[in-house]
Each structure stands twice: as structure tokens, then as C-alpha cells.
Design a binder for this molecule. Structure first.
Ligand code: G3H
Ligand code: 13P
Ligand code: ZN
Length: 305
């Protein structure tokens, strides 16, 4: 089975992106893993610090290990937006394949210092490290980053950051944000900035956060069953296709689209089956719906669409 290092090398060489999806319970993890197997592609299973708090670190790792024992295609356990050296160390000690140290809200020199410290410990343990330079708007962990405070990644800074820290991949800010409300007007990613970053970095793995497309069909399903989600807007599929095919983006992060699918399904089945008394029925339907979405994403990111 390929290590995460090999999977990134392949993605970079063959121009596809590995889907990274957030999980926070059994059903979200099952949806991601089953989709990966059915698409015959690797998947990255991401947990945020708040998801770890919710599930507990031991339960997170044990559930991941139990569910991946018989897999034919790789699945990697990844810490998403680790905010401190301590949480990255805990994840590494617990057996994660990969950690993200997110010092993007710190001044450049402090981001370098923190990231380097994590790389040093991760290297000793054979763990992959993602760093971030440039600030996404939206919600990162519990930090609300206002749109006007978001900073696009400077291509020159990205180069020095990669060289100084020794990270294995770099997350960049090119106009995406976390959550369901990414754009006020038309979705627009700064692919020109991505191209400039690539000129500086050469062949080096880049990560795109905030890549949910926020399907209007799913928003409609939620709102038709009592939801009140207004003016939600995501990244365009065409931008994602372009990024996966013609750029060095090797990992694409999606969380919100799965959350929305989960909620749409729960609202729909609760309404459609008022006599059902078994919660597992609703959760299984929700898992199936999320799995369909993960499969669509994997196919999009791998160029099969
Ligand atoms: O980076 C943001 C992810 O969507 C994780 O969000 O901290 O609510 O789990 P969370
Ligand atoms: P979305 O909110 O667009 O799904 O982004 C998730 C993400 O970047 C997790 O790190
Ligand atoms: Zn993110």
C-alpha cells in the first residue's frame, strides 16, 4: 500500500488531487472510506481539533484503524488545522499519517518557527507535514477570519516558507474560504496567483482548503424541510477541474458539502418516515448520501467527470 508520501508524488506527477474530507463520527468516516474503495482511489480522512475534542483522540484513532484494516486502497489519517506544536505532537504520537500545522495567522517569522518545530518532530516519526501561508476568510477552528482580513498567499513568501520550514506540502490562500458563504458575487478564484506560486515553487505539492461547491440542489432540500440557509455560495466546479488538471494542487479539502448532505438527508428522511423509531435508519441514509457526494468529488479531483 502506498505511503502518503508516495500518493502525493503520484498526484503531482499524474496531475490529480487527492480528496481530503473531514469526519467527526462513524457515519462520516464510513462515507469517506467506502467512497475511496468504490472509486479505487486514495482518500485523506481529516479531523480538526474540535472534531478530536468531540470524539476523543483515542476513539478517533481506534475507529480509523478498525475501519481501515481491510481496505484495498490507501486512506490516511490527517490532523486538519493543528494550531499548536502540542496538538501536532499528540497526533503524531497517536499514529496519524499526516499533520497540518496552521500558523497562517501568525507573523511570517513565527509561522516559520512553529512549522519548523513540527517538521523536526514529524520527520523523526515519518509523518507528513502540511504548512499554511496566507489567510483564508471564514472559520478556521474557532477563529473567525473576516473576508477583508484574508490575505492571498504571496508567491515569493510561499517559496521562502517552503525552503525555510522543510514542509511536505503547502496550503495557499487564493480566494477560497471555509464554510457555506464563500462569495458575495460570482465565485472567483485567483488562479493567476496559483500560477505565480507554482512558478516560484516548481514541482511542489500545493493544498487547496475551502473547496466545497455548495450545491444549490442540496440547499434547496434543506430549506424545503425547514432549513434557513440563505445566500450560500461555493467554489465553481470548473475552477476545481482546471486546478486539478493543470496545476500542482495535490490535495483538496472538503467539509461543508458533506455537512450539508448529512443535514439534507436527515431532514428529508425524518419528514418522510415519521413512524420510524430506529435512529440507525436515518444515519444510514445520511451516510449513503454523503458517500455519493464523496464519490463525485473523488471523480472530479481525479479527472474522471
Ligand atoms: O477548517 C475547518 C473545518 O471545516 C473544520 O471545522 O473545526 O468545525 O470541525 P470544525
Ligand atoms: P469547506 O468549508 O469549503 O468544506 O472547507 C473545508 C476545509 O478546508 C477543511 O480544512
Ligand atoms: Zn481548511
Amino acid at each position: 500500500m502506498d505511503t502518503i508520501f508516495i500518493s502525493f508524488e503520484k498526484a503531482l506527477k499524474k496531475h490529480f488531487s487527492i480528496g481530503a474530507f473531514n469526519f467527526y463520527n462513524l457515519e462520516t468516516l464510513q462515507a469517506i472510506l467506502e467512497a475511496g474503495e468504490e472509486c479505487c482511489m486514495p482518500v485523506i480522512c481529516s479531523v480538526s481539533e474540535s472534531a478530536i475534542k468531540y470524539m476523543g483522540l483515542d476513539a478517533t484513532v481506534m475507529m480509523f484503524e478498525a475501519l481501515t484494516q481491510k481496505k484495498k486502497y490507501p486512506a490516511y489519517l490527517h490532523l486538519d488545522h493543528g494550531q499548536s506544536y502540542e496538538i501536532c505532537k499528540k497526533a503524531i504520537d497517536a499514529g496519524f499519517d499526516s499533520v497540518m500545522i496552521d500558523g497562517s495567522s501568525l507573523p511570517y517569522s513565527e509561522n516559520v518557527k512553529l512549522t519548523k518545530k513540527v517538521v523536526k518532530y514529524a520527520d523523526k516519526n515519518g509523518v507528513f507535514v502540511e504548512g499554511e501561508i496566507g489567510v483564508l476568510s471564514g472559520v478556521e477552528e474557532n477563529l473567525i477570519v473576516a473576508e477583508k482580513e484574508a490575505k492571498f498567499t504571496s508567491p515569493k513568501e510561499a517559496k521562502s516558507f517552503v525552503l525555510e520550514t522543510g514542509i511536505n506540502s503547502v496550503a495557499v490562500a487564493i480566494g477560497t474560504s471555509h464554510g457555506a458563504y464563500k462569495f458575495k458575487g460570482e465565485p472567483h478564484l485567483r488562479i493567476d496567483i496559483l500560477t505565480e506560486i507554482e512558478k516560484e515553487l516548481g514541482k511542489f505539492p500545493i493544498v487547496l482548503h475551502g473547496a466545497s461547491t455548495i450545491d444549490p440542489k442540496i440547499i434547496k432540500q434543506i430549506n424545503a424541510r425547514g432549513g434557513k440557509i440563505k445566500n450560500a455560495k461555493g467554489v465553481s466546479k470548473d475552477d476545481l477541474k482546471e486546478i486539478c488538471k493543470n496545476h500542482n494542487v495535490c490535495k483538496i479539502n472538503v467539509d461543508t458539502d458533506l455537512r450539508l448532505a448529512f443535514l439534507a438527508s436527515i431532514r428529508q428522511t425524518l419528514k418522510a418516515s415519521p413512524k420510524e423509531t430506529n435512529p440507525r435508519y436515518f444515519l444510514t441514509e445520511a451516510k449513503e448520501y454523503m458517500k455519493e457526494i464523496v464519490k463525485q468529488k473523488i471523480n472530479l479531483f481525479s479527472g474522471k467527470y
